[in-house]
Design a protein around this ligand. Structure first.
Ligand code: PLP
Length: 372
């Protein structure tokens, strides 16, 4: 089987797995307990927090563990809201973890502005300038898009938000562990991440909260995470996330060079075989992410035909798979209708080789030929 849906989830890194095992077996203590058996899990959480902070240029006390990207996004939006009539600015191409949270708030009376993007999926800073005012509480723009991989001009957008006394959040779920990130040079106040997108375990992530930012908890209960996020810590998952992130960050350059080569070979193979397609997004986006819109076939058909050949790709974001509709991202970037329906996302990861790229491209060519 060839797995090329790494934007949906990734395989757990073997070192991360080994680092996790002791915390599921021998050292299973609850970190909140006062006895000495709880000391080791407490310490490993603290060490992991420091390791994660060092990977994104943050202080350890600015990292809060959550159950993943969706919770981090919900927390950033719901936690910073200081009145029911808040004004939030986001973009039309955000993940549903952001869009549906905004929709929920809209139903409660909040005012939400959804910014357009250009044809490569970029939120132009002038678009934000046109909509922002001193009444805007929060601006939330994703770091990198999960369907087309486009990377947004985050530091410029964050500066505009700050000039207007607004908090700036970025959903960096597709970026953390894939591109260099420094929260200080980016100038962001809040940043969401999810471990299973960078070869860590599922069900764990974090929200970076800059010191001094006012944010309320949304998960109430015990005193964990300095009273900001209740619930017994998932110690093993936290350790796995820290191990995977550190490993990815140490090898970022080599991994991304390799992924860019694999992507180029994939696209060249399609071109050589005269496939009529558009490559979506900004070429300088997330290295392994490849969104193509092929003329004359539906994305769903392509996905299922490739599935029969034991190749796993996706039609868009994970949550849009199985839906025959054109995704909100593909609509927002204005892909012509005759191509839009044939959109698939091939997201290469560290598990993939040049050989995989050629095989996937040839499989697409074969499906198209047999259809004619
Ligand atoms: N944000 C983006 C950009 C994503 O790609 C995803 C996952 O697909 C999420 C948020 C949700 O993350 P999680 O699966 O950890 O809840």
């Amino acid at each position: 089987m060839i797995y090329a849906d790494n934007a949906a989830t990734t395989r757990l890194d073997i070192d991360a797995l080994h680092a996790m095992l002791p915390w599921l077996q021998e050292e299973f203590g609850n970190p909140s307990q006062p006895y000495s058996f709880a000391q080791a899990p407490r310490k490993v959480i603290s060490d992991s927090r420091e390791l994660i902070a060092s990977c994104i240029g943050a202080n350890a006390d600015e990292i809060y563990f959550t159950s993943g990207g969706t919770e981090s996004d919900n927390w950033a939006i719901l936690g910073t809201l200081d009145n029911a009539k808040a004004h939030i600015i986001t973009s039309k191409i955000e993940h549903h973890a952001i869009l549906n949270t905004c929709k929920y708030l809209e139903d409660c009376g909040a005012n939400i502005t959804y910014l357009d993007v250009d044809s490569t999926g970029i939120v132009l800073p002038k678009m934000l300038l046109n909509q922002i005012s001193h009444k805007t509480n929060l601006v939330s723009i994703m770091f990198a898009n999960n369907e087309i991989g486009t990377i947004e001009p985050i530091s410029e957008l964050a500066s505009i938000a700050h000039e207007n006394h607004s908090i700036f959040h970025t959903d960096a779920v597709q970026a953390v562990g894939h591109v260099p990130i420094n929260v200080n040079s980016l100038n962001v106040d809040l940043l969401s991440a999810s471990a299973h997108k960078f070869n860590g375990p599922k069900g764990i992530g974090f929200l970076y909260i800059r010191r001094g930012i006012k944010i309320k908890p949304i998960v109430h209960g015990g005193k964990q995470e300095r009273r900001m996020r209740a619930g017994t810590e998932n110690v093993a998952a936290i350790v796995g996330m820290a191990t995977a992130l550190k490993k990815n960050c140490d090898n970022l350059f080599a991994i991304s060079q390799n992924l860019r080569t694999i992507k180029d070979i994939f696209l060249n193979t399609l071109e050589r075989n005269k496939v009529d397609f558009i490559c979506n997004g900004d070429p300088l986006g997330i290295p392994g992410n490849t969104s193509i819109s092929v003329r004359g076939i539906s994305g769903e058909t392509l996905l299922h035909r490739l599935d029969l050949k034991k190749i796993a790709i996706s039609t868009g974001s994970a949550c849009d798979s199985g839906s025959t509709q054109i995704s909100h991202v593909i609509k927002a970037i204005g892909v012509p209708n005759e191509y839009a329906e044939g959109t698939v996302r091939i997201s290469f990861g560290s598990n993939n080789t040049i050989d995989d790229a050629i095989k996937i491209a040839e499989a697409i060519v074969d499906v198209l030929r047999k259809r004619n």
